[in-house]
Design a protein around this ligand. Structure first.
Ligand code: ZN
Length: 179
């Protein structure tokens, strides 16, 4: 089910989300809603549970088809994700479904490892790099109530009004929304 996206300055976006633990039917329903809601926005590479108003540690990422990710993990729901590795340092432009009017320059790691459960409760550990690592770190930030505006070095120099890009196709220029 496509859910309404919570937008800044809604206070739910600033909360630290609680662990899911063992995913049950409600967690699997939320996973499907995250997938459906992400799919309803073009060029979206991810979404986190608090963005649909659910304060659980769960997010969905999918960089499939993004030219900056040659070997994507594919669509992945991450339940209770934890970083196992973090290295590198790069500034890149990010958008966010919950901040529809702006993009921002955010400093992130470039090589990460993540451990998580899938909605069926199976354990996984993956590595990601570059843009895909950025997407995962953006979504994991949401689970701790951290937005891109909290990550910029300067609110005046690193935040930009979002340019309308009507008529452009997915992946052809423009800034992806990281969810
Ligand atoms: Zn976001």
């Amino acid at each position: 089910m496509v859910r309404d996206v919570v937008v800044f300055p809604d206070r739910r976006l600033k909360r630290v989300c609680v662990p899911v633990g063992t995913p049950g039917p409600a967690a699997r329903r939320l996973a499907r809603d995250l997938i459906d809601t992400a799919a309803s926005f073009p060029r979206t590479t991810g979404i986190a549970a608090p963005q649909v108003g659910e304060l659980w540690r769960m997010c969905f990422i999918d960089c499939t088809g993004n030219p900056r990710v040659p070997d994507p993990l594919g669509p992945v729901v991450m339940v209770d994700p934890v970083l196992t590795h973090y290295a590198g340092d790069e500034v890149g432009r990010e958008g966010c479904l919950s901040l529809p009017q702006v993009t921002a320059n955010v400093q992130r790691g470039t090589e990460i490892g993540v451990r998580y459960l899938d909605p069926e409760g199976r354990r996984h550990e993956v590595v990601a790099s570059g843009f895909e690592a950025r997407v995962i770190l953006h979504e994991m930030d949401h689970l701790d109530g951290i937005l891109i505006l909290d990550r910029v070095r300067s609110l005046s120099l690193d935040v930009f009004p979002r340019v309308r890009r009507s008529g452009r196709q997915r992946g052809k220029g423009g800034t992806s929304r990281h969810g």
